[in-house]
Design a protein around this ligand. Structure first.
Ligand code: MMA
Length: 160
């Protein structure tokens, strides 16, 4: 009996497709580590705020459902740009550039739109999820005065 339960649990676990993946981290080792994993509970990513100055991405804030994450980046240098996603619109790819700091981000959505922020300077990266039909669910990274580094966490689209 116990063996049967064990085998059944094993089969269910094996049949369930994996959906979560991580890409990154892109950038340098300075600053302090942050993660917005708890914000994922608030819902899908619905808007982005990115601050850029002449050289760098200096700040980032992401709205999950109706709630904005904590703002990352300790300075107010540069211009804060804001974009809103449409209902059902998800981020399916992020490319960008970095040195030891983040210099550029381009968010691509499943509605064929893309949102570039920052400058064309540094080493390129291109982040896509490992599993099909998964989307950007939250970010993590390192920040101080600037955004030192960023990583992307992908999973199934939020059901709400
Ligand atoms: C701070 C500090 C560093 C970080 C930079 C850029 C000015 O120094 O947090 O560790 O590299 O900001 O974010």
């Amino acid at each position: 009996m116990l063996l049967w339960i064990f085998i059944s649990v094993l089969c269910i676990a094996a049949a369930k497709p994996h959906s979560a993946s991580f890409t990154g981290e892109y950038g340098g080792a300075g600053g302090k580590r942050f993660s917005q994993s708890r914000n994922e509970m608030d819902g899908p990513i619905t808007a982005l705020r990115v601050r850029v100055n002449r050289f760098y991405i200096t700040g980032i804030q992401i709205r999950y459902g109706n709630n904005w994450s904590e703002y990352r980046g300790d300075s107010i240098l540069g211009d804060l740009e804001e974009i809103f996603l449409r209902p059902g619109e998800d981020i399916i790819q992020v490319s960008g550039k970095h040195t030891t700091y983040l210099t550029k981000l381009v968010f691509f959505t499943n509605k064929g739109r893309n949102f570039p922020f920052g400058k064309d300077y540094g080493t390129s990266f291109n982040a896509v999820p490992l599993h099909p039909h998964t989307v950007l669910r939250f970010i993590s990274g390192r920040s101080g005065l600037l955004i030192n580094a960023i990583g992307f966490h992908w999973d199934n689209p939020s059901s709400d």
